[in-house]
Design a protein around this ligand. Sequence first.
Ligand code: GLA
Length: 468
Amino acid sequence: MKVFRLISLLFILAIAYPARAQKPGVYNAIYSGTPWFDDRGNVVSAHGGGIIKDNGRYYFFGEKHTDTSNAFAGFNCYSSTDLYNWKFESIALPVQDTGKLGPNRVGERVKVMKCPKTGEYVMYMHADDMGYKDQYVSYATSKTVTGPYTFKGMLPFNGKPIRKWDMGTFQDNDGSGYVLVHSGEIYRLSDDYKSVTEQVIKDMSPECESPAIFKKGGVYFWVASHRTSWERNDNFYLTATSLKGPWTARGIFAPAGTLTWNSQTTFVLPIAGARDTTFMFMGDRWSYPLQASAASYVWQPFTVSGTTIFIPKFMDAWRVNTTTGAVSAVAISNQTTEPKKTITYKGQWQHTGTGDTAINNTDASGAAVSVKFIGKQVGFYSATGPNGGYAKVTIQNSAGKTMLSSVVDMYSNYPVTALRFISPEMTKGSYILTLTPLGEHSKWSDKRKADYGSKGNVVSLAKVVVTP
Ligand code: GLA
């Protein structure tokens, strides 16, 4: 009888509390150019964003995207203590019923600063129409960091809106707040952060987008991209000892031709530790139309010396100790012995090279590849290039349950073999990783109606790495 009651109780509980997506595992590093899974097992969607540290926690705000439209879908907020593992907190600003961020509008480049005078959290964003012809720098406020934020409409400057796009923010050491926009303008905020009091600089770089500022010592670094829409370009920077200038052009900050390691600037986070301050470049690797599932993040530490910044080499994986501020590189190596990893190709593939230089490509419909392995973490490298397409990636456990699922974009305007996927560290076990070409690729038109994107649907598998 008791057993029967217990079973009934479990049954009722199971109906009342259906199984939620499980935390997929733990990340022990910052990975760039791969999908990140949050605590719910969903891909982190927070592009064009920025980070604020509050009460010892990092809060990452960014654009929530969908795979079906560029319309504003809200701004997401995630939090983390280590910058590796992201907990979904909230849709900090949802789509509004009407107005500048109502249905079928564009909402981009969200950033949050805490106003020292009022203690309020103030969120800034670029609001626009779907054709990018009705831009407004706008703001929202909240008493708590995670929101919900109350949308206040346009940010006034002499009672009028700032009709510019690609907005960034900067908070100086003295607590003064600034809003940056495309073409290289800087505006100083009022003490309550709810209006602009002064245009600090005008049009200092007319062909720029996505500006960000950080400061080290007495030097301000202003970082931005050229205007190629979601396509990547060699981003560049200027320096000055006063925000009013004079600003000096310093050139690019990643090796020429890498297109800023295949990303576009959104923010620079100072990670101030007891020993060191690391300045973390945050870039977006956009992927239209699958911006929700296939766009990824490129986060790399800057080397900063005097008035020079650089990201000399791309680190697939690295760690930053948020207590000391120190950075260390992480080697992703394949430690599995062959019998524990079986790779099965289905359909038509071209296999070239051997060993570490082996590349396996397909654009055939019906093709797939699966990797059966025993271990706790799996990742793969792909030969990406101008013809790269989308692949669906899943990980199933030995009971056939899908543990993780995402889409990976193999497009890169310059050919490079790079890490495209890595799972968090899961419970050690037997899993199957499957890559299925979607027969689609990223492509889009920009604000001036120029076409961009991939020219093919090639899906590639180079090296598979398994952590036992
Ligand atoms: C650039 C901007 C983004 C977005 C896209 C749209 O990449 O930096 O914020 O506006 O263009 O094409």
